[in-house]
Design a protein around this ligand. Sequence first.
Ligand code: SF4
Length: 341
Amino acid sequence: MAVDITGLIQLLMGLTICLYITSLVYPLTDFPFGIPFSNLLHGRKPKVPVSVNYHFTSRCNKTCGFCFHTATTSHIEDLPTQKRALRLPAQSGMRKINFAGGEPFLYPKPLGAMVDYCKRELGLESVSIVTNGSLVKESFLRQHAGQLDILAVSCDSFNEQTNIAIGRGSGDQVKKLYEIAGWCRRYGVMFKVNTVVNKLNAAEDMNEHIAVLQPFRWKCFQVLIVQGENDSEETLRNGHKFTIGNGEFEQFCERHRAQESLVPEPNRLMAKSYLILDGYLRFLDRTGKQPSRPILEVGVERALASVYWDEDAFVERGGLYDWAKPEAEKGGCARGEELDW
Ligand code: SF4
């Protein structure tokens, strides 16, 4: 039987083109095997949401001039919905969750319930909260310390006038920071400090205070402008008056290089490396495009496939660090001892 070689080649080429187009279209559809199929054809590894920042509220009781998670909405999901949703990234490989805002302690009860759920039910390696500190109560730590690995408190200056000028202070932020550091030691929670280096604090020498507070990690961020959040007079905040150059940021880090806990985070590493779930349970696109659809509607894999975040920068900035409490400190609140972090 004669074989039509030309016809066969045309058929194969046609099939290849069809498969290629299909692999591009499938991630955008609800076809259940679309993403794995597309990844296979393109030789891509599936995205794993190893560390997720869940900004479950964008409401805040402070008014920092450079804030880039502004209260564009007051939407918040109810607790059962949040719990159902958080199970999904856990099933897809999430190992760490960080509750952020806005200010998470505006909702201490659901916050505490989610902390307990993520550690006890989902068994995450690390559960953390980042807060401006003003609403943290000792009773919260007493109740939830066993399930909380890290408490990160934002503090941009040890001069209260500077804190007030930034919009985060009300005259007692430094006192509260020391108080929280003490509670973290007492109840066995790893204490972290976050500082946004900006025009108003870039020249400050914080060595003395950081040496006394001894955070296990002192994250210093270069103030960041995010399109649509803090980039003009049209947005709720305009961070441009706080921005500093790379040189000023490096000088700040150089001045504090003796602090072993210092982790500098310039704009280059910060801008796109955080995987963020917003108050509607959607992943944010770190290039400013539309967020994903809610993970409860489309699942984690499809939501992740529709947004961009820089996984390489996440690793480069040290995103995978030793983020869980040592065994000895787990459940520390019951002992009430002072722990030497
Ligand atoms: S404390 Fe944080 S969330 Fe609140 S306004 Fe300041 S930067 Fe924004």
